[in-house]
Design a protein around this ligand. Structure first.
Ligand SMILES: Cc1ncc(C[n+]2csc(CCOP(=O)(O)OP(=O)(O)O)c2C)c(N)n1
Ligand SMILES: CC(=O)[C@@H](O)[C@H](O)COP(=O)(O)O
Ligand SMILES: [Mg+2]
Length: 647
């Protein structure tokens, strides 16, 4: 890491936005250049990587926002928040930036508990306008003079929630109008190339004489002009153009733009002008994702995020080492193979083509591939519509993002018992993205839905077989798998459906049928990839191990057989304990009046911070040592047997 003292002489003097605001305007360009270089340099040296393109694209916008608005008194609400590394640097976290997304380091997203300048916790997209509107109305109701600014990307703007907020924020409530500014950071990119009509609409606003004239005009009108004169001439200037009535004005916002989001001479006077205007303001800025770093500008998809250290001079180079296939790749390969077998298969992603492993499917089956934008609710109900007409939709969606479409899951898919397969990637802890992106809850929130089936494959081959099994099921199914690679079980090309609702034994305890003497005879019931640490722990415990495969329908016969032949049961899952697979087992035991001890291992009832997944799993006691320790603590010393068994 380059030492800030020598490499970033101006940036090292800025520890608060107040210090930034004390700078002469003429120094802001240098500050922005140093800030961009520092963000790039820091990320290039980070072993956990982080978001790159979007951060390089918001450097000038961030400098201008903190320069013009009295932060933190005025509230900046970032959308998604993956583009806030410059914001974090300018708000007192410059020297902590190298710790970003590391265990114990600062978060990769704004967090209220991390800084007063992080006014709203984000990570899931399209929440900023709603939150900023809330802050603006609160200021009004409390009689406080403050601005609320939402900074939302063109991708995030495709979510219904953003329009729910626009629909509400542009009008008065009880005669009160919130003073808020929405800044649309339009870089014509989501993670993948943007999709949908809105993108085309924004392109129209940016194209042709309107933008060209606005761009030139803005430069001439805005430079070194007193505010009143600025506002008058800017209005005159834009009036003179064929200014399209924008959709945003229809929502009650005063629309300004598009202006160049990298030109501080445009940004600052325009923001000053809008800062001092009451009511609902909307500024459309045009930026470039990856700005200032040629490789990222040229390939904004690839440079959306870095996965680890890289040499900026050569960029991201694929490692030559044969990597184990990730679960995502297993899914992507299965999807293409299944599409070959099943012509009714269609696949849907809510703006996560690359992350969900669907690039090849998109290339091979373009007419059966649907990227619906950041629109999880629409994705699920769109799938329901496809299924009503006899097609076989696969919705590839991160566990955490499916939370956004829960009612659609219940009301549109499960209640109608439609054959939709949900491929839930990023199930369980996800690591550097932290609590906002953890897929900890899908077992609990899906198994309680009637008609829903919940499959938990243990490795890469089981993932392929589970997807095949699920795809053949005539109702809604979720198949969940974690981020990254598994144990390396090579997926068999032949697809073999599992016996529906059946688990399998993977180890039998050597303990004789004790019932009251000697070490307890324990059965470990593993759901998903924790089968493997469970098998390791079982060697030390001489425990039986069941690979349950299904949370729903649960293999009740297996549960009852294990309960009757063992002294105690232990369930293990990489999902929340509360309401999870262990709870399903507990319900079966209770329903059959069985009172043998049951230990439920899984993720605790707390949000788990970002960090290295193996370390986090160990902290949660979900590695082999942790499982063994928990079982011994509960069911040992060696010779004692749980009292409940003596009954
Ligand atoms: C609800 C939700 N769905 C999907 C994502 C994944 N995601 C993160 S950033 C992103 C693209 C955002 O595009 P945009 O808002 O234009 O920001 P940019 O990266 O272009 O700066 C997506 C789809 C998310 N964070 N939240
Ligand atoms: C900001 C955002 O939500 C995405 O970029 C997310 O971080 C991707 O996660 P993966 O890296 O697990 O694909
Ligand atoms: Mg964008």
């Amino acid at each position: 890491m380059t030492d800030t003292a020598s490499s970033y002489p101006l940036l090292r003097t800025i520890n608060t936005p107040a210090q930034l605001r004390a700078l002469p305007r003429t120094q802001l360009r240098q500050l922005a250049d140093e800030l961009r270089a520092y963000v790039l340099d820091t990320l290039a040296n980070s072993k956990v990587g982080g978001h790159l393109g979007s951060n390089l694209g918001t450097v000038e916008l961030t400098v201008a926002l903190h320069y013009v608005f009295d932060t933190p008194h005025d509230r900046l609400v970032w959308d998604v928040g993956h583009q806030t590394y410059p914001h974090k640097v300018l708000t007192g976290r410059r020297d902590e930036l190298p710790t970003i997304r590391h265990f114990g380091g600062i978060s990769g997203f704004p967090r209220r508990e991390e800084s007063e300048y992080d006014t709203f916790g984000v990570g899931h997209s399209s929440t900023s306008i709603s939150a900023a509107h809330g802050m603006a109305m609160a200021a009004k109701l409390k009689g406080e003079a403050r601005k609320a600014v939402a900074i939302i990307g063109d991708g995030a703007m495709t979510a219904g929630m953003a329009f729910e907020a626009l629909n509400n924020a542009g009008i008065a409530h009880g005669g009160l109008m919130g003073d808020m500014l929405v800044v649309l950071n339009d870089n014509d990119m989501s993670i993948s190339p943007p999709v949908g009509a809105l993108n085309k609409y924004l392109a129209r606003l940016m194209s042709g004489k309107f933008y060209a004239k606005a761009r030139e005009g803005a430069k001439s009108v805005l430079r070194h002009t007193p505010l009143y004169e600025l506002a008058r001439r800017f209005e005159e200037h834009t009036k003179g153009m064929v200014v399209p009535g924008t959709i945003f004005e229809e929502f009650g916002f005063n629309y300004v733009g598009p202006i160049d989001g990298h030109d501080l001479d445009s940004l600052i006077p325009t923001l000053e002008n809008l800062r001092d205007r009451p009511g609902a303001q909307f500024l459309h800025v045009v930026t470039k994702k990856g700005a200032g770093y040629e490789l990222a500008e040229a390939d904004p998809v690839k440079y959306h995020a870095a996965s680890g250290k890289f040499d900026p001079a050569v960029g991201f180079v694929k490692s030559t080492a044969p990597a184990k296939p990730t679960f995502t790749q297993v899914f992507g390969n299965w999807l293409c193979d299944m599409a070959e077998l099943d012509p009714t298969l269609v696949a849907i992603t809510p703006a996560m083509r690359e992350g969900s492993g669907m690039v090849e499917f998109h290339q091979r089956y373009p007419s059966r591939y649907f990227d619906v934008g950041i629109a999880e609710q629409h994705a699920v109900t769109f799938a329901a519509g496809l299924a009503c007409e006899g097609l076989h939709p696969v919705v590839a969606i991160y566990s955490t993002f499916l939370q956004r479409a829960y009612d659609q899951l219940v009301h549109d898919v499960a209640l109608q018992n439609l054959p939709v397969l949900f491929a839930l990637d990023r199930a369980g802890l996800v690591g550097a993205d932290g609590a906002t992106h953890a897929g900890n809850y899908d077992i609990a929130y899906t198994r309680c839905i009637p008609n829903m089936a919940v499959l938990t494959p243990a490795d890469e081959n089981e993932c392929r077989q589970a997807l095949y099994t699920g795809q053949r099921h005539p109702g809604p199914v979720t198949v969940r798998y974690p981020r990254g690679a598994g144990v390396g079980a090579v997926p068999q090309s032949a697809m073999q459906a599992w016996p529906w609702g059946k688990g399998e034994m993977r180890r039998h305890s050597g303990q004789a049928q004790t019932r009251g003497q000697g070490p307890a005879r324990i059965a470990l019931l593993a759901f998903g990839t924790l089968l493997y640490p469970a098998l390791q722990a079982a060697e030390a415990l001489d425990a039986s191990v069941a690979n349950m495969r299904f949370v729903k329908p649960l293999d009740q016969a297996l549960v009852l057989e294990l309960a009757r032949s063992h002294d105690a049961l232990v369930t293990i899952e990489d999902g929340c304990i509360m309401g999870g697979a262990g709870s399903a087992v507990a319900e079966v035991l209770a329903a059959h009046g069985l009172t043998l001890p049951l230990l439920q291992l899984g993720l605790p009832d707390e949000f788990i911070e970002h960090g290295d997944v193996p370390k986090l799993m160990s902290l949660c006691g979900l590695d082999a040592a942790g499982i063994e320790r928990s079982v011994r603590e509960r069911y040992w010393p060696a010779t004692s047997v749980p009292s409940a068994v003596n009954q």
